[in-house]
Write a protein of this length. Sequence first.
Length: 96
Amino acid sequence: MPRETTYTQARASLASICREVTDNRDFVLINRRGNEQVALIAASELESLMETAHLLRSPKNADRLMTALNRARAKTESPQSLAELRREVGLESEEA
């Protein structure tokens, strides 16, 4: 659950809030009197969210990703090594 704070409190403790956001991988909602709330989030978390949104934008890709996620959760297939996966998709390492 994200923490909420006021603009004044956020301004007074910005360094510690930034540390909290990056250490906990969470976000902080900042309430601004008479204005819309804003969220402080780690840049890497925002980047991850944007990448996920991009990958899910295509219904076909979203379906493939959700199918793969469900298979992984169900543990219906054995894990593959990186070498096995490279061979499967034709990207064998140059060392071989």
